[in-house]
Design a protein around this ligand. Structure first.
Ligand code: CMP
Length: 165
C-alpha cells in the first residue's frame, strides 16, 4: 500500500463549535498524520472554484455561503492509503447515513453542514493541496533548495525556514 497525501477541510460548523481538536483526535487515532494545517477564511472566489463541479446543483449557492461563513482549517493528511482512509473515517456525506464512530456521524449537523471535506481521488488531492497549502508541495521544497544557494535573500531564507525546508 502506498503512502499518500490527501487534503482535508474542517468546515465552519465545526470550527464554530470548537471541534478542531476533537476532529484532529479522530484523524490521528486512525493512523493518519496531520503534516500541515492552517486556520483561514476562504474567499467567495476560492469557494466557488473549489466546488465548481457542483455549480449546477441546487445547493451550490448555499454551499458557497456556508463555506465562507466562518473560519475553516485546511490540512494535509499523510499515511497509507490516505485518500480512501480519510473518506472512511469521515463517513457518508449525509451524517444520517454515516457509519457509527465516523467524524460526520459523531459531529456533523446536516448534509450541508457536514463538518469535514476530504479529497475523492489522487488528482483532486494534488490540486486541492497545491491551491490551499502550496508550501507543502515538492515544487516548494525544490525552490527552497535553490534558495539556500550563495547570495539568497534573507526574506526568502526566512520563508523557507518557516515552512520547515
Ligand atoms: P463535500 O465532501 O465538501 O463535497 C460537496 C459538498 O456539497 C458536500 O460535502 C456537502 O457539504 C454539500 N452537499 C452535498 N449534497 C448536498 C445537499 N443535498 N444539500 C446541501 N449541501 C450538499
Amino acid at each position: 500500500m502506498a503512502i499518500e497525501r490527501t487534503f482535508s477541510i474542517i468546515k465552519p460548523d465545526a470550527t464554530a463549535r470548537n471541534l478542531t481538536g476533537a476532529i484532529n483526535a479522530l484523524i490521528e487515532q486512525s493512523g493518519l498524520r496531520i503534516i500541515a494545517q492552517r486556520r483561514v477564511r476562504i474567499t467567495r472566489a476560492q469557494a466557488e472554484t473549489f466546488y465548481a463541479v457542483h455549480r449546477a446543483r441546487p445547493f451550490f449557492g448555499e454551499l458557497v455561503d456556508f463555506m465562507i461563513s466562518g473560519p475553516v482549517v485546511v490540512q494535509v493528511l499523510e499515511g497509507e492509503n490516505a485518500i480512501a482512509k480519510y473518506r472512511d473515517i469521515m463517513g457518508a456525506t449525509d451524517p444520517a447515513k454515516a457509519a457509527a464512530g465516523t467524524i460526520r456521524k459523531v459531529h456533523a449537523n446536516s448534509i450541508g453542514e457536514n463538518s469535514v471535506h476530504g479529497s475523492d481521488a489522487a488528482d483532486t488531492a494534488a490540486n486541492e493541496i497545491a491551491s490551499f497549502l502550496p508550501e507543502t508541495t515538492s515544487s516548494a521544497k525544490a525552490s527552497c533548495g535553490g534558495v539556500r544557494g550563495f547570495g539568497a535573500s534573507q526574506p526568502a531564507l526566512r520563508a523557507c525556514r518557516l515552512i520547515g525546508y
